[in-house]
Structure formats: structure tokens, C-alpha cells
Design a protein around this ligand. Sequence first.
Ligand SMILES: [Zn+2]
Length: 357
Amino acid sequence: MDVHWTFLLVPPAILYFSYRPGQGLVTEAMTWYAAIAILLFLFVLVHELGHALMARTRHVLAERIIIFPLGGGAYLPDRPQRRLDEVLIYSAGPLANLLLAAVALPILLAQSNGELILRGFLNLAGNFVVEPSLFDQLLGVTVIVNVLLALGNLLPAYPLDGGRILRAVLRGPFGERPATVVVTVLGIVIGLALIYVSYLLGDPLLGLGAAFIVTMSVVTFRDGWQRRRLAAYPIEHVLRTNDGPVMEQRIYVGTPTREAVALFDKTGWPVLPVYSQWNQLSGFVAREVLEEEDPKAKGLIGEVTELEFISAHPGENLLEVTERIVDANVYGAAVYGERRRLVGFVFTEDVMRVLGK
Ligand SMILES: [Zn+2]
């Protein structure tokens, strides 16, 4: 579990809110805000543990949990393959909050003025006749905040839990792409509506959260659009063919780095193939890596060659190849045609060009 560095902002925030002009720091206020901060931390932790425990129950790897002052995230390295798993895992967080509220509610109602506190929080009653104890007030906070956390997270807006649940449900009948379009568009619409509500309520924290929802939805929507664009192109569209100077003046693992720079200048390629002494492709070398080298150093290309790369077929579409390049974290792909003949290369820069970056 990671606690995000922004938690360092919490103590100064408590001091700021506890300061009254003329009175200095008010101890009661400090106790109150510190208690609220600790409770919020616990509620978010319970929420994320709900996700993580359900993931474990469904045999989906939950890598780690990050807790922010205003929310958290349980990170799943792989999205669950089965839709039921996805629905259950993303429901478990809000469910954990509802459970906590359900436990706190009868305890609160058992207090002498429990019902009054609840009405107070729901703004149904006016002022408290008697000042309730700190414990009773915190019980009230526990009920109300957990219900709000559960309902808020169940809004059908990406990237909230509700949006992810809806996407998993729609993924079955409509497919991944339309499902993602629906929940990200809902994320933008609901997020903008929440920004307006935060303006009406004068609540900057709600506004911040809503802005996050809009941003994430826009990013994911764009990502989906770019994926569709890549999928439309066959790899030939960006293939750098293995001929011309790259073929004639090929660089070997034993080539001095100075000589390789000349070939970079001649071809204008960002990355070049490097061959073994037996004329087999060994790997790739990037121009930017050579530029970081000391120009007076008498190194050989083999020392700066990235040996890992992926292989692709000319018939593959650009999306498939790009995903494999990104997953393997390499410069690019060697493209092999019939009878394993090396026909050319595709580098990350070529994908960027298609996306107009
Ligand atoms: Zn959640």
C-alpha cells in the first residue's frame, strides 16, 4: 500500500482550517479536523480494500493500493478478462463503504440524540438543541460520508467504479469500443454537470474531483480513437524497407560508433538495425543514445545496442504491432516476410507519425 505524498498537505490544511482570527489555533477545531482526516483516510482504505479483496477472491492480481487524501486506487495490472469478475471487483469498493455505514447506523441510532444528529447532517433539522459529543458526531460522519462515497463512486461515469461496471456490462452485447465510448461520454457529461454543481455549492473539492473525471474520460476517449486509427493501417503503411544505404552500409556490433553516426545522417532514421558478424539482425541502436556518448570515446556499436526487439509480419495491422512494441518496451519491430526474409522495420516514431504527433 502506498500513501501518496499529497498527504503531507493534510497537517497544514488542518492548521489552516483551525485558525480563527483573534483566537489563534482553536483546539476543538483542530481535534475535529484531525479526526475527520483520519476517518476519511480509513473510509478510502476500506473502499480500496473492498476492491483488492474481491480481486483476490476472483483470482485477479491486484498489484497495489495507492491512497490519496481524497480518494484511492487499487491497481490491477491486467484488466479482468471475465466481465463478471470486472463487475464484482468494481462493485466491491462502494459495497464496502455501504457495509461500514450499515454497521455505524444502528450504533448511531442507539445514542440518545442519534436520530437528531442524522437529521442534522441531512439538513432536515435546524440547529442542534444540545451539542452532541464528538463520538456521536463522528458516527454521523461515518454514516453520511460512506453513503456519499458509495453513491458517488457508483455514478455511471468513467473512470468511477460505476462507469467501469457499466462498461463491463455493455462490453458483452456491444463490444469493447462502443462500451468505452458510452462510459467516457457519460464521464464528460456527468463530470461537467458536477463542476456546475460544485460551483453552485461553492465546493472546490467537488470541482477538483469532477475535473479529474472529465480529464480521464477525454484521455480515454482519445486513446480509443487513436487505437481505431492505428487498427485501420496495415504495417506496410509505415514500413521502413531494408534496402538502400541501410542495407549497403549496414552497421555491425563491431562498427565504431563514429561510423554509425554517418549512417544516421545519411538515412535520417531515428533508430538503425545492428547486425552480427554473421549478418543476422542483433538489435537496434537509437541515435539519441549515440548522442549521449562521449564523442571522443572509441566505443563500438555493440556496446550501445538494444538487443531486445519484436518480430512482426507485413500483414499485421499497426495497432497489434504497436501494442507489442509498448508491452515489450523496445524501439521497434523487425518485419519478416516469406521464408523469414527480413523486409523492413517499424519504430515507435512511425506510429507517432500516423497519430500526427
Ligand atoms: Zn472504487
